[in-house]
Design a protein around this ligand. Structure first.
Ligand code: 0X9
Ligand code: ZN
Length: 421
């Protein structure tokens, strides 16, 4: 081979290896799901075990966690748990079976519904269809962009039946964490209820407020969790070292990286990004939120620890209207409870009942914009695989929770309209 041919070959190989990074589907074959409990020690266990597994999947709170363990690390994991004297239970022997089962259920193709989990394109089509069907009270809104060029698309519902201008704004964000599929599904369910319900209370709630609702604010991550890695949580941006994504709920510019976040771009779950608002999703969405005049309520939907969280996530100090937030939050939970008799933890600061984290959307909104009513709902599930056939169950619950929130906020004078035209 002459020198020229050799150089050409080297260039081709390098070029090919850069272009043709074929994404591999992560099966989770023989991964085991353990539930670990103890009054403390769970956090340290996760920290220690992360030294063995750089793509560790876990979720939970201060005293209990579900941890997904690679087959070849099971004995090390069991040793660490025993050494620390923690309680452990094997919940799932082969996690791939759960993912496969779920896949069979979501691959239905019978139009947009609430008994399947839909991809971003279908969610966007649904929003477009609704904006066409209800042109007098809705408009499509673009809350920002994603790294891979998708839109953060939402629906504004601002009915003219009362005055259209100066209404209190109610903002909803969901799906910031890619794998929490029940959140976008519940949010589109709620949109549907607002637009189609004949319940006079729901109609009154719809007409009173100016709703800005974004079902999927991390669309790249969501798509990736559908196609390649069911447990993906972050965005899909590329770090200098090649690792992908940052946790969009650690990336907001308030107390960034103060607690509960990682500075390692390869951290599978809580990498906070290279700087505050490094992610285009959080940066663009925050710019959108800043433009909202009269923003009175901000709600984020996550899953799956069944809690109602208040700011702040990194401090147990109570805000000036903490008591009001608790009263309103309690009414919201009471309304929800009536639907399925399911009890949520809280309302309380995230720092008190979940764990300390910084850089979340809720804290930024409260601190930067002084929005009076700010909540994060952690929906139900015990894992991220809520059966699609049961989406309406949480959809109805959330609809009632929103009704409870709005009703009590009205009682307490939080939604007074400024301009009446
Ligand atoms: O850790 C999180 O970002 C949230 N829990 S989750 O299991 N869905 O990942 C809780 C965040 C609470 N704090 C804020 N929303 N700021
Ligand atoms: Zn979440």
């Amino acid at each position: 081979m002459n020198l020229l041919k050799f150089i050409f070959l080297v260039i081709s190989v390098v070029h090919f290896s850069q272009c043709a990074v074929v994404e591999e589907y992560k099966t989770y074959k023989d991964y085991k799901l353990f539930q670990v409990t103890s009054l403390d020690g769970v956090k340290d266990l996760i920290k220690e075990f992360m030294e063995f597994d750089d793509a560790l999947v876990y979720s939970g709170n201060k005293t209990s966690a579900g941890i997904l363990v690679k087959p070849d690390l099971v004995s090390i994991f069991e040793e660490l748990v025993t050494m620390r004297g923690l309680n452990m239970e094997l919940l799932v022997e082969d996690y791939s079976k759960i993912i496969e089962m779920e896949k069979r259920e979501i691959l239905r193709n019978d139009g947009f519904s609430w008994h399947a989990y839909h991809d971003v394109a279908d969610i966007h089509d649904y929003l477009r269809n609704m904006s066409r069907e209800y042109p007098n009270m809705t408009e499509l809104i673009i809350g920002g962009q994603s790294y891979e060029g998708r839109q953060i698309l939402g629906l504004r519902i601002n009915s003219p039946s009362l005055h259209k201008k100066g209404k209190p704004v109610f903002f909803i964000e969901s799906g910031i964490h890619a794998r929490e599929w029940i959140a976008p599904a519940t949010t589109t369910y709620f949109i549907n209820e607002l637009l189609t319900s004949s319940d006079p209370h729901i109609i009154a709630m719809r007409d009173q407020l100016d709703w800005h609702i974004f079902p999927s604010v991390n669309p790249d991550g969501y798509q990736y969790s559908r196609k390649f890695d069911r447990m993906w949580r972050k965005t899909r941006s590329k770090s200098a070292n090649g690792c992908r994504g940052a946790d969009p709920n650690r990336n907001w510019d308030y107390n960034w990286m103060k607690s509960g976040a990682s500075s390692d771009p390869c951290d599978y779950q809580t990498y906070a990004g290279k700087e505050p608002f490094s992610e285009i999703e959080t940066r663009s969405l925050s710019e959108y939120i800043r433009t909202l005049e009269n923003l009175r309520a901000y709600v984020g939907f996550h899953s799956d620890v069944q809690m109602l969280l208040l700011p702040y996530s990194d401090s147990t100090e109570h805000m000036d209207n903490y008591d009001d937030l608790v009263t309103i939050g309690k009414t919201s939970l009471d309304y929800g409870y009536k639907v399925n008799r399911e009890k949520y933890n809280g309302p309380a600061t995230a720092a008190e009942i979940l764990y300390m984290v910084s850089g979340g959307s809720m804290d930024w909104v409260r601190n930067t914009l002084a929005t009076p009513l700010v909540y994060t709902y952690e929906l139900r599930g015990k894992n991220f695989h809520w059966p699609p056939s049961r989406i309406p169950e949480q959809g109805d619950e959330v609809t009632q929770m929103m009704l409870g929130l709005v009703t009590e906020a009205n009682n307490m004078g939080y939604f007074k309209t400024k301009v009446s035209k």
